[in-house]
Write a protein that binds this ligand. Structure first.
Ligand code: 13P
Length: 257
């Protein structure tokens, strides 16, 4: 089975939730519940910028990695309120979520901006988790495959194969995010397979086989097992269910298959 060629990643996206003062308890609880998870997956928590130092200190040298949820496309300079890839790398963050639908919809991030962010993240040694996904309307009019293919291609424009090795793609149908309306395992699988084909067309079959593709959108401790069993789903990007250590640990456990 091709899954043996790629890393399983279970990443929590805390969005704008939780507090730095609560991270130590969260980390202690999580690490007690999943002491050996590095043998079957990489667990990641992507926390708000201001919580990154507390998260890095709470998780210490453990097997749980810390990531950001966004960053500037610019390297440095007069960009009031922004945070750079270099600053994230300097702190010790490993991953950064880029192109999340909330960034696209609420903050007007275009495919062009997302491509620049992916380039900047890679230049500064971060591992981007690039999000793609269709709205309900786009799904209903039947353009999901074209849309996600376009989003993947534009996010990866001018990224060479060597750099692409550090990229993870997350398929997050917008209608499934925070709604409790999870994509069926079959639908999620189908779109993740489309994404893998696009990766193959850009970088070749070996790279497509080695790329981790995550599903996100109302994944929880009840549905994770079935979603993670799909041949092209290599992990999850989890919002609401990552906010409590016990449900996040249960999803990490479900990845052991
Ligand atoms: P929910 O798991 O809350 O639906 O959020 C998914 C998501 O947007 C992760 O990035």
């Amino acid at each position: 089975m091709d899954k043996q060629y790629r890393k399983t990643i279970i990443a929590g996206n805390w969005k704008m939730n939780l507090l730095a003062s609560g991270v130590k308890d969260y980390a202690d609880d999580l690490l007690t519940m999943i002491p050996n998870s590095s043998s079957w997956c990489e667990a990641v928590v992507c926390v708000p910028f201001v919580i990154i130092p507390a998260a890095l200190s709470a998780f210490g040298n453990s097997h749980v990695s810390v990531g950001a949820q966004n960053m500037s496309q610019h390297e440095s300079g007069a960009f009031t309120g922004e945070v750079s890839a270099l600053q994230l790398n300097d702190l010790g963050a490993k991953y950064v979520i880029l192109g999340h639908s909330e960034r696209r919809e609420v903050f007007g991030e275009t495919d062009d901006i997302i491509n620049k962010k992916v380039q900047t993240a890679l230049q500064q040694g971060l591992s981007p988790i690039v999000c793609v996904g269709e709205s309900l309307l786009q799904r209903e009019i039947g353009i999901t495959d074209e849309l996600v293919s376009y989003q993947v291609k534009s996010a990866l424009y001018e990224i060479d194969a060597k750099d692409f090795e550090k990229v993870t793609i997350a398929y997050e149908p917008i209608w499934a995010i925070g709604t409790g309306m999870t994509a069926t395992p079959e639908d999620a699988q189908k779109t993740c397979a489309v994404i893998r084909n696009v990766v193959g067309s850009l970088y070749g079959a070996d790279m497509a086989r080695a790329t981790s593709i995550l599903y996100g959108g109302s994944m929880n401790d009840k549905n994770a097992n079935e979603l993670l069993a799909q041949v092209d789903i290599d992990g999850g990007l989890i919002g609401g269910a990552s906010l409590k250590a016990d449900t996040f640990a249960a999803i990490i456990d479900a990845a052991k298959q």
